[in-house]
Write a protein that binds this ligand. Structure first.
Ligand code: MN
Length: 402
């Protein structure tokens, strides 16, 4: 046994952490080291090398006909495909570069970056080199500001940038400790938990902000939602849906604030109508939509209602569902997640949370989808409301593992 290990040690051809040799100047800007670990002439149909970029160093623009895979093993860097914004990459990231796409990779302004670069199908590859990445292009990324001034993780910076590209937080001057822990938690740890689509995430956080009555945070997230491509119609639909669940008294200021934001962005009001019912059809269509969400239980709700409270059942069908949930602009799966987000943020709504966890399941949202909703809302609604919602989830849709 020991003999074998010794033999293996003896045969180790390359130490990949070795920086290697200076990279050819005509293809790189700044100080770059290249260590080719697996050469094609060793009999592999691959070219694998470790590349170390000192701060600000980068490749020229180039393309690989058979694509390239980068494993970032150290530091913080940038990756950009032609026509797209610069992406921040950090230790642990795997970058899959498409075949033939013009791109560059390199270190960030402040940190060294080391990646393993892998070209498979080497026999089919041709790497074409173009012009250097100009300082203007390189400096177009805003990360240096954060890198210098905060101890924020690369993912936190990247996710924050995505939501508010031009925003420089004033809070980081007055409350740096809080911003460091909150931004690293909310914009890295929590967002990294699942792969929830950024549009859905911002929409649900917005919904929870209405129910929490947090106007400042709501405006931040409405702007973020528009920045990532949520449509004005989708935003208005969340607001209108808040009326039956949260009450007009709590929603009206948020409608006014939204209209101000739309005005600043030259979004003309009113938006195109999304109504699908009329006074004549709202009960019938609402009842049908309610049945889709609630299931056959709806018949019992009418049957078991005292006569002097039947009007409330009719309101739920015609008004809550018929006037609002039947509208276009959001599909029923999203609407049920939005409702759940209102209920979680409101608090004291455990009975309705349970009903709408079942409702979510009835329209096709899974336990995992709802765990993701609860996880993404946590930084904005706090632990007690999140834990209450999780208790409801475990009761209605128990984990299959335990
Ligand atoms: Mn490349």
């Amino acid at each position: 046994m020991l003999q074998n290990i010794e033999k293996t040690q003896e045969d180790l051809p390359t130490l990949f952490l070795d920086k290697g040799d200076a990279a050819p100047k005509e293809w790189f800007t700044g100080t770059v080291w290249v260590n080719i670990n697996v050469k094609p002439d060793e009999g592999y149909n691959a070219n694998i090398g470790t590349v170390t970029f000192e701060p600000k160093a980068r490749t020229n623009w180039h393309s690989h006909t058979s694509g390239q895979i980068l494993f970032v093993i150290e530091g913080l860097g940038y990756y950009q495909e032609v026509g797209k914004p610069i992406q921040l990459i950090q230790k642990g990231d795997v970058v899959k570069i498409p075949k033939g796409v013009k791109h560059w990779h390199g270190a960030s302004h402040q940190s060294q970056m080391r990646h393993i670069a892998m070209i498979t199908e080497y026999d089919k590859d041709k790497t074409e080199w173009f012009e250097p990445v100009s300082d203007t292009d390189y400096n177009s990324f805003k990360a240096p500001v954060y890198e210098v001034e905060n101890n924020l993780s690369a993912k936190a910076i990247m996710n924050h940038e995505q939501l508010w590209p031009e925003y420089i937080s004033k809070a980081k001057e007055t409350d740096p400790d809080l911003i460091e822990v909150f931004d690293n938690f909310a914009f890295d740890e929590v967002i990294s938990h699942d792969k929830m689509d950024v549009k859905l995430r911002t929409l649900l956080i917005m919904a929870s902000n209405i129910a929490s009555q947090s106007l400042t945070e709501y405006k931040m997230f409405t702007n973020a939602a528009l920045n990532v491509g949520v449509t004005p119609v989708e935003i208005k639909e969340v607001l209108y849906q808040a009326v039956p669940y949260v009450g007009i008294a709590k929603v009206i200021d948020f409608i006014y604030a939204t209209n101000e934001i739309f005005k600043e962005r030259n979004i003309a009001l009113p938006l195109e109508s999304q109504a699908t019912t009329t006074p004549e059809t709202r009960f019938e269509k609402g009842y049908a939509k309610q049945k889709e969400v609630v299931g056959d239980k709806i018949e019992g709700m009418y049957k078991n209602s005292p006569k002097d409270l039947l009007h409330i059942q009719r309101y739920l069908s015609a008004n809550c569902f018929g006037d609002y949930i039947t509208r276009n602009g959001l599909n029923i799966q999203t609407r049920e997640m939005v409702t759940l987000s209102f209920l979680i943020a409101l608090g004291g709504t455990e009975s309705q949370i349970k009903g709408h966890i079942q409702g979510n399941a009835n329209v096709g949202n899974s336990r995992q989808d709802l765990i993701n909703v609860m996880t993404q809302l946590l930084p904005y609604v706090g632990y007690p409301r999140t834990l209450n919602a999780i208790n409801c989830l475990n009761e209605i849709l128990p984990s299959e593992q335990n």
